[in-house]
Ligand binder design. Structure first.
Ligand code: AMP
Ligand code: FE
Ligand code: FE
Ligand code: ZN
Length: 287
């Protein structure tokens, strides 16, 4: 029997477009056995996803995609650290996520202020695009631009207005990527670096930072990802081999927000077993 495992997916708790229940329904539809919910900087979707997964016999891996920063050649690079099965009440982790989410709100307001000089948009247009309490991100500003008829989809919004080199771009607070590895481990979580080389996302991540993260206890690298070219996959595999890290694959599904379908990239069952075996991890898999 083939076991299908997708360890990276988003819901309305951050910038996905499915409810946690809809995400699990989609997982069942595409035949996943194991699904991780990994919203940006929040655990808000966990409870609903867990009950939906329990009803359908899908193993839910509770996760977070932790926003981080790392110094790079020209400016701070944005780094995404997947954290599997952390304690959602771990005080340092909760503190960092709260700081990041608060900063994301102020930053979204500032991006809209800048945009409003050239486009007829107000922050209320963005608020209309997200669930109360959801982690706000540029995708919600993109959705507002779509609703206003300025662009046709998120992709065009990023290309024209929201990419990191754009004059409207503003960054937000995020913990340092190496310190975040320690933070996740301290919360009993399993840290895996998401899409290390996804090219279109702004400044490239230095390999020396990934080495430092490995030194701090990073467990794996997400090599198979829709935004990795064949060369970027190969580079990630080389790096993982050199550093003795596990290699995962996942779709980074965002519902209607991105083209990639759930289960379009998967993680090998042996890798999943090895992830859970790590001595520092205290996995809790039951709903
Ligand atoms: P933020 O976290 O607010 O900096 O926004 C980054 C998020 O935007 C990422 O998590 C991606 O999911 C999303 N994103 C980046 N580029 C695009 C794009 N071209 N189309 C749709 N979503 C994108
Ligand atoms: Fe996202
Ligand atoms: Fe990401
Ligand atoms: Zn993601």
């Amino acid at each position: 029997m083939v076991v299908l495992i997708d360890l990276h997916a988003h819901t309305l708790a951050s910038d996905g477009t499915d409810t946690p229940t809809q995400l699990v329904v989609e997982a069942a539809r595409v035949g996943l056995d194991v699904l991780a919910i990994t919203d940006h900087d929040t655990t808000d979707g966990w409870a609903e996803a867990a009950s939906a997964a329990g009803e359908r016999g899908i193993t839910l891996v509770r996760g977070i995609e932790v926003s981080c920063g790392a110094p790079s050649a020209d400016r701070l690079a944005s780094v995404h650290l997947l954290a599997y099965l952390p304690d959602p009440d771990d005080a340092p982790l909760v503190r960092e996520m709260t700081l990041t989410r608060d900063s994301r709100e102020r930053r979204a307001e500032r991006i809209v202020e800048a945009l409003a000089r050239d486009v007829d948009i107000a922050y209320d247009d963005v608020l209309a695009q997200l669930e109360p309490g959801a982690t706000v991100g540029r995708p919600h500003i993109a959705d507002a631009l779509v609703a206003l008829g300025v662009v046709v989809d998120r992709d065009e919004a990023f290309e024209r207005y929201l990419h990191t080199g754009s004059p409207y771009y503003v960054s937000h607070y995020a913990p340092d990527a190496v310190e975040a590895v320690t933070l996740v481990l301290g919360a009993g979580g399993i840290p895996v670096l998401a899409h290390p080389f996804a090219g279109k996302r702004g400044p490239h991540l230095d390999e020396s930072i990934i080495e430092e993260m490995a030194g701090a206890g990073l467990v794996g690298l997400e090599a198979h990802h829709p935004e990795h070219s064949d060369q970027e996959v190969a580079r990630t595999l080389d790096l993982a081999r050199g550093l003795g890290l596990l290699v995962t694959g996942s779709s980074d599904y965002h519902g209607e927000g991105k083209v990639q379908r759930l289960g379009s990239r998967t993680t090998h069952p042996d890798v999943f077993a090895a992830l859970l075996e790590r001595p520092h991890a205290t996995p809790v898999l039951t709903p």
